[in-house]
Design a protein around this ligand. Structure first.
Ligand code: ADP
Ligand code: MG
Length: 226
């Protein structure tokens, strides 16, 4: 398998002068196509920082970030936005669904906004994805009428809308009870298996980490043990 993502000597500092915090300290990492990787490390170790950089939502202070052969640390903002829309999906601990919109609207809106219109094709894909995550019968329910696990499954469907090569998930089960957490992780593993979508999932949950094919740990701003 070839590398989907490569980061080399990644450094990220927040603040300046006295207040400077060095979070990533020359981190190296590679994700292969089709990886299902857990990102582990104590609270404050920089997992969210790394996921935010891999998601192209923030540039590192220095170092290299390459995805699909493109050096993203050199890309301009507009190119980065386009790259992100085409190739990367996001799932967060809190689902960030629009409460007054239906499950289906939540899945198709980001694409509709990015493309400036809602197409019949997008609607069909949204319906297929909701079916895929086991929510065909909840498509027209408002987000507020869904359980925590169902909301997170809608968030997964939304993340997959543009057929991204990479999905970064920041503690996607952190807010769920045990049963819903395992269902959501089972769904992620199934999608990884069937669609070959690459996932990087930060988690504190050992069972979730064990359900991944790789475990990458961040310690003192670098990756260790895999
Ligand atoms: P984790 O997700 O592993 O808990 P984070 O990446 O959220 O770690 O945070 C790593 C460190 O960076 C923490 O010390 C945190 O306080 C600090 N940090 C994160 N985001 C910011 C920010 N926007 N400004 C300043 N410090 C930040
Ligand atoms: Mg975090």
């Amino acid at each position: 398998m070839s590398a989907l993502v490569t980061v080399r000597d990644l450094v990220k500092t927040y603040g300046e002068g006295e207040a400077e915090t060095r979070v990533l300290k020359g981190l190296d990492m590679e994700l292969a196509e089709g990886d299902l990787a857990a990102l582990l490390g104590p609270s404050g170790s920089g997992k969210s920082t790394l996921l935010t950089i891999l998601g192209t939502l923030m540039q590192p202070t220095s170092g290299q970030h390459i995805m699909l052969g493109e050096d993203l640390t050199r890309a301009r903002d507009a190119a980065l936005t386009e790259f992100r829309n085409r190739h990367i999906g996001f799932v967060f601990q809190f689902h960030h669904l629009l409460p007054d919109f239906t499950a289906l609207e939540n899945v198709i809106f980001p694409t509709a906004i990015a493309e400036g219109r809602e197409t019949a094709g997008a609607r069909r894909r949204g319906e297929q994805l909701l079916d895929r995550v086991g929510l065909a019968h909840r498509m027209d329910f408002r987000a507020t009428a869904l359980s925590g696990g169902q909301k997170q499954r809608v968030a997964i469907a939304r993340a997959l809308m543009n057929q991204p090569e990479l999905v970064v998930a920041d503690e996607p089960t952190g807010n769920l009870d045990r049963e819903s957490a395992e269902q959501v992780m089972g769904l992620i593993a199934e999608i990884n298996e069937q669609e070959k979508t690459t996932f990087l999932i930060s988690t504190h949950d050992e069972k979730i980490a064990a359900a991944c094919k790789r475990q990458i740990k961040v310690v003192d701003g670098k990756t260790v043990s895999d």
